[in-house]
Write a new protein. Sequence first.
Length: 144
Amino acid sequence: MPPELAPTVVIDTNIALDLLVFKDPATPDLLAALQTGQVRWIATAAMRDELERVLGYPKLAARIAFHQCDTPTVLAAMDALCQRVDPAPKAPVTCPDADDQKFIDLACAHRAPLLSKDCHITHMRKRLAALGVCTSVTWNGLVA
């Protein structure tokens, strides 16, 4: 399938960490779908910047090292798997956590599913669904 025709998905930072660092058991199907072009991960520069910032958190350093990862490797993996897009305009709904708003805005602008474990986003599930945005904590939850 040509990349421009593949369905898009927005992935928040926690899911990106599960996918790129922690190899969470819930992520292999998502990784395969991204690698084969069955789905297209869209992200903005601010989303990549947030991932880079989070990778630098001292509380995560030991876990990241345990998984034999480092910041440049993780960011390179993100760059290889996602398509960079321009930031989206403000969505009609506002997230209580300003750091999460960019994910909501992008998902709403592209009517793309949003993968997130963040409680602020999961609590907005019904409001986002009304705007055409499906949310799930796992890829399998979106395709099931």
